[in-house]
Design a protein around this ligand. Structure first.
Ligand code: CIZ
Ligand code: SF4
Length: 350
């Protein structure tokens, strides 16, 4: 087997041979060993925008998870080919909303609310869910523009179905739009019913009962523990964290918001960050002048993001160069056609 150095040399050689024909976007949650070869890094919004703008790359080796590669495929031309270096790199949150469950939910919502509801989906969802949302006039959102998109959605309809992350939906509605918790219901896709005990007519947002298995690990108990031992730490979390955690934190916002906030912070300032571990580690390395820790002292890694490692990257670039198409991500045309409506409604406003 190859040493790390040999693998790195091979990656560099393939990159040199393919030149601008190859483009490697890398999500912030990717491992350093992969990020170092990325042509662009970003959160899901930035990577979606970059994919849409890139007209010259024939091959896009997407270092991120499956739904991001699907989005890149949807936003690029037929001729541009998108690959996922490990086909097992899914997203447990995206998998929590399946299209059949969503169709069943929609039927009940139509019976309950008539035509007063608009679907929105976090980009962390399958192409089929984006297509569903696009077909019914809705849009995708990311954590950077969730506020803006929710505000827009309320200019369209009285109510919103928010897929698939209940936490981003609830946190944005509560902390950015001042919508009371009593006006939010949870939809449980397992037993196809509401989790709500008020007057359903007053509900403004129906939150799909999905979550991120990484960000769920940042708890009020973590914050309370830190407030006791290090009361002068600033606590900053991603809005995929539970409501109670965001309520106790000092700051909450998207991946790019977290990066920018730490960037601008005073030297010597102290920060506890509640988000994915590879990103937190990288922020720590880039800011030796600040005291930075993870809000949860246990490792909060995204296991599926981590499936893309240096050996997979090399193997996949090798396959791409040889003309093999095993890791090609191709969203069926009919789904892509509807999904792009949802994505464009966001990209026009983002
Ligand atoms: O948790 C994720 O997958 C996030 C935050 C993606 C992104 O870049 O917005
Ligand atoms: Fe999905 Fe959470 Fe991993 Fe993001 S961090 S890819 S939402 S499981």
């Amino acid at each position: 087997s190859l040493s790390v150095k040999e693998m790195e040399e091979r990656v560099l050689k393939i990159k040199a041979r393919l030149g601008k024909r190859l483009f490697i976007p890398g999500h912030h949650y990717q491992k350093d060993e992969v990020i170092k070869f990325a042509d662009a890094t970003g959160d899901s919004l930035k990577l979606a925008q970059i994919s849409a703008q890139n007209k010259e790359a024939e091959f896009i080796a997407f270092c991120g998870v499956h739904f991001m590669a699907e989005t890149a495929d949807i936003l690029t031309t037929q001729e541009q080919l998108v690959f996922l270096p490990d086909m097992r790199a899914g997203c447990s949150m995206a998998d929590m909303a399946d299209i059949n469950q969503t169709e069943r939910c929609w039927k009940v919502l139509q019976e309950t609310f008539g035509d007063t509801i608009l679907p929105l989906t976090y980009v962390n969802s399958t192409a089929a869910i984006k297509a569903f949302v696009g077909k019914y006039g809705g849009a995708t959102v990311t954590s950077s523009n969730a506020k803006k998109m929710l505000e827009w959605a309320f200019t369209q309809k009285e109510r919103i179905l928010f897929l698939p992350d209940q936490h981003l939906g609830r946190n944005t509605a509560a902390f950015e739009l001042d919508i009371p918790l009593e006006e939010m219901a949870v939809w449980n896709p397992i037993n196809n019913s509401f989790e709500f005990d008020g007057n359903i007519d007053n509900v403004k947002i129906i939150l799909w009962k999905g979550h991120c298995s990484v960000h769920e690990n940042f708890t009020p108990a973590n914050i309370e523990a830190l407030r006791k031992t290090k009361p002068d730490m600033n606590i900053i979390v991603h809005p995929e964290c539970p409501y109670e955690t965001v309520a106790l934190a000092d700051f909450a916002g998207s991946t790019s918001y977290i990066i920018d906030t730490i960037e601008k912070a005073q030297p010597g300032s102290k920060w506890a960050i509640g988000t994915e571990m590879n990103l937190v580690q990288r922020i720590i390395q880039e800011h030796p002048d600040k005291e930075i820790v993870s809000l949860n002292p246990h490792l909060c890694a995204c296991l599926t993001m981590n499936r893309i490692d240096l050996p997979h990257l090399l193997w996949s670039l090798d396959m791409i160069e040889k003309g093999e198409r095993g890791q090609l991500i191709k969203v069926p045309d009919q789904i892509a056609k509807d999904a792009v409506l949802a994505l464009n409604r966001m990209l026009e406003r983002a």
